[in-house]
Design a protein around this ligand. Structure first.
Ligand code: GDP
Length: 194
């Protein structure tokens, strides 16, 4: 069985994306710890497991050490199930992500989003970056090119349309993400035939 996981900082719109993708209200992300929920979905003649991993990064009222624990749990989960995971959807807030990345870099830290992106690549859980809240972004192409640069992908972003999916989940505009997922399922099928 194949699995698709959803990761991202708190408040980027993970639950909204999940709802748009599955039509379900999912609350797993709000529970403490990372548990494997047997949530199966049928979509475009595919059947797969969809796992919403807890949000990480800043959360009001959550202490630093607890936040680190959550991130460690997320990383462990992905490592453990990497063989099944055909896509790791990293949801980011299109309006805020560059500033957050650059602020962390300026402080000499590796930004969580960049770290997660490379981690997903490293374990073979091919990352898809769902750049959400694009309805709030005016300089769309410039913003997406900059994001590619920060992720180590050569701009222009249009070269990476199977990886970078600009969406607006709240408006129900997630077609680029569906396209990315479709191509992952197709790649998986081709790999199975070999
Ligand atoms: P989560 O914490 O990552 O699960 O985020 P939620 O799905 O709860 O969304 C956080 C906030 O962002 C909510 O107020 C949503 O209505 C808002 N939001 C989610 N998607 C979008 C979007 O595409 N555009 C805009 N403008 N707001 C969004």
């Amino acid at each position: 069985d194949v699995e698709v996981v959803l990761v991202g900082r708190s408040n980027v719109g993970k639950s909204t994306v999940m709802r748009e993708l599955t039509g379900h209200d999912v609350t797993t992300g709000k529970k403490p710890g990372v548990t494997r929920e047997p949530n199966y979905y049928d979509w475009a003649s595919e059947s797969f497991m969809f796992t919403d991993l807890p949000g990480f990064g800043f959360m009001s009222g959550v202490e630093e050490h607890r936040r680190e624990e959550i991130k460690t749990d997320v990383v462990r989960y992905i490592e453990e199930y990497a063989d099944h995971i055909i896509a790791g959807i990293l949801v980011v807030d299109g309006k805020a992500v560059i500033d957050i990345i650059d602020r962390h870099r300026a402080d000499g830290e590796i930004p969580h989003d960049v770290e997660l992106f490379h981690f997903l690549e490293d374990v073979g859980a091919s990352p898809i970056v769902a750049v959400n809240k694009m309805d709030k972004v005016d300089d769309r192409d410039e913003r997406l090119d900059t994001l590619c640069d920060r992720l180590g992908l050569f701009p222009p972003w249009q070269q990476w349309q199977e990886t970078i999916a600009p969406i607006s989940a709240k408006q129900g505009r997630i077609e680029p993400l569906l396209d990315c997922l479709r191509s992952r399922f197709e790649a998986e099928k081709r790999a199975d035939l070999l």
